[in-house]
Structures are given as structure tokens and as C-alpha cells.
Design a protein around this ligand. Structure first.
Ligand code: SF4
Length: 312
């Protein structure tokens, strides 16, 4: 669930500056109502305004701010305003504790798979071409905890649109999921007004490539080889070392891992007769994409030699 107020509220920055500087209470009340209406629109429940504003007026943080607005300094008004907006988002979600099938979850990203989802692949309802793997040690953003870190164990996810992160099964035109009756477990438990179920599921076992490939010895051996030679953690360790020591020699190690990743991908494609689309599942995302998280990209010079250069 995305509860960042800026995802819901788009108020003009000049209007906000004037609001915080003037300290006028009537303007504050009007701005709260405007922000609340924007959140309601975003959640497709414009008709819940009366319920949401009544709950807001009962809210302690709102009452306190309403009473002290004129006495606060502009910076304190800005900070308290932000806290109140977070609360308004929660209040608005609480007015709709049921799924409207609005597609918001599907637009924010795609689900990870769990052992209960393995049958979707066995029955051919989802294919490995539609999946990608985030391998252990990849740098990722943990949405629930709101922090960046290295993934402790691999995840298999449904692919998403690279431009807007919409799940590939979500149709913006029809506002629906093309596999709704057979959607993965995460989609079935997810409640955008309550993150408890999602948090519980996040702590549970995930589906892995080895679960799905257990009878395919040839693929498993290549997967082990790739994991051993092209561990994302080695790349993270190299960039940590670069950061701490400034020693540019570690970039040669990173380039060597990237070369091995490219070579193994080519080999797997040929030897196992796999299409490009399947490699993101079998071997995870290409490491040339992952290094961009560290602010670099690979560039080939006129002699055909590869370098890591700052990614501007
Ligand atoms: S699989 Fe369906 S329900 Fe799940 S995120 Fe994708 S579009 Fe939404």
C-alpha cells in the first residue's frame, strides 16, 4: 500500500508556500478540504467525503493543528501539515474497507509468487516468459519497510511495464486483470486499506526457481554456475569497497562479473534453446541493468573495450 501523501495530493507549491507563511486558519481549513477531496478522487470514493471529513474533525492531530496553526512558525506548519496528510490518507482508506477493483494495486507493481502459485505454471496459466527473478543480494527497495537494501532471498515476480510499473496482466483500457480468476496469492490477500495480510505474507516462504525446475537437471546446473560466478552481492561488495577506499581497480572486478553474466546468458540461450524472454526468469535481470543502481553504466569505446562510466 502506497500511503505517501504526495501520491494522492497534488497542491500547487506556490499555494503551499503561501499557506505556510500566512498562517491564516481559514486558508488552512480550505486546504485540508481540498487535499481530502483529492485523496478521495484518487481512491475512487468521492462520495465518502462526509464520512471522511467527520472522521478528520474527530482526529486529535487535526484538532491540535487547527488550534495552533496561527501560532506556529512556517517550518513547523509544513512539518505538521505533512503528518496530517499521512493521517488523512489512512482515514480515507478506512472509509472503504473493501476492494473496489480500482486497479491501484496492479498499477503500483506486480506480485511476487509463493509456493501456492506453482500450480499456475503447471497448468500453463502463467509462463516463465511472463516472470522475472530478483536474485538474492540484489539491491532493492523494500516497500513495506520503505528502505533500500539487499534482497535476503530470491523472489520470482510477474513482469511489469518498464515505463510505469503496471503489472503486465493489468489492462489500463479495460481496468481489469486478464488472469483475475487465477491471480496469484499476493493479489488475493492484498487489501489496500490494510497492510497486515501483505506483511504476514511477506514473512512467508516464497516460490523459487529451484522449486519450479526441480526435474530439469541441466537448467539447475547452469543456474548454480551462474549464481556462483555472478552473485549480485559481489557487485555490491565491490562498490562498497570503491566507496570506502576510492580504489578504482575494483571496477575491473565488476566488469569481469558483467562479462561472465553476458557469456553465461549467451551460452544458456544456445545450449538450452531458450528465448531471450525466458532468461530474466532463469538467470534474473542482466547485471548491466543492476549496476545502474550504483550510478554507473557500461559503455563501449571505439576500440570495442567496455568501461563503467557515471550514469547521468
Ligand atoms: S496479476 Fe492481476 S490482480 Fe495481480 S497485480 Fe497483476 S493485474 Fe493485478
Amino acid at each position: 500500500m502506497n500511503q505517501n501523501p504526495s501520491h494522492f495530493i497534488q497542491l500547487d507549491p506556490a499555494y503551499m508556500r503561501q499557506l505556510f507563511h500566512s498562517g491564516n486558519r481559514k486558508e488552512f481549513l480550505a486546504a485540508v478540504q481540498l487535499a481530502l477531496r483529492q485523496i478521495l478522487v484518487k481512491l475512487n470514493v468521492e462520495n465518502h467525503y462526509d464520512q471522511a471529513i467527520a472522521q478528520t474533525k474527530r482526529e486529535g492531530s487535526y484538532r491540535e493543528l487547527n488550534n495552533t496553526w496561527e501560532k506556529l512558525k512556517p517550518a513547523a506548519r509544513g512539518q505538521k501539515w505533512q503528518e496530517l496528510m499521512e493521517r488523512l490518507v489512512q482515514i480515507t482508506y478506512a472509509t472503504r474497507p473493501y476492494c473496489l477493483r480500482c486497479g491501484e494495486c496492479c498499477r503500483l507493481g506486480s506480485p511476487s509468487l509463493h509456493p501456492e502459485d506453482a500450480d499456475l505454471l503447471v497448468q500453463g496459466l502463467i509462463s516463465t516468459r511472463q516472470l522475472y527473478t530478483l536474485r538474492r543480494g540484489e539491491p532493492v527497495r523494500f516497500n513495506i519497510e520503505g528502505r533500500l537494501g539487499l534482497l535476503p532471498a530470491e523472489l520470482i515476480k510477474i513482469k511489469h511495464d518498464p515505463n510505469n510499473h503496471h503489472c503486465m496482466f493489468y489492462s489500463e483500457n479495460q481496468k481489469n486483470c486478464s488472469i483475475y480468476e487465477h491471480r496469484p496469492l499476493q493479489c488475493r490477500v492484498q487489501e489496500c486499506w490494510n497492510s497486515e495480510e501483505l506483511e504476514r505474507l511477506w514473512r512467508q516462504e516464497k516460490l523459487t526457481r529451484r522449486d519450479l525446475l526441480q526435474d530439469d537437471q541441466e537448467s539447475l546446473e547452469l543456474l548454480d554456475l551462474h549464481d556462483e560466478r555472478c552473485e549480485p552481492e559481489k557487485i555490491d561488495a565491490a562498490f562498497t569497497q570503491l566507496h570506502e577506499s576510492g580504489d578504482l581497480k575494483v571496477l575491473a572486478q565488476v566488469l569481469d562479473i558483467l562479462r561472465q553474466d553476458k557469456a553465461i546468458r549467451g551460452f544458456v540461450k544456445q545450449k538450452l534453446n531458450r528465448e531471450d524472454e525466458e532468461l530474466d526468469f532463469l538467470l534474473g535481470r542482466p547485471l548491466v541493468e543492476i549496476v545502474r543502481v550504483y550510478g554507473v553504466r557500461v559503455e563501449k569505446d571505439e576500440d570495442g573495450v567496455y568501461h563503467l562510466v557515471p550514469d547521468r
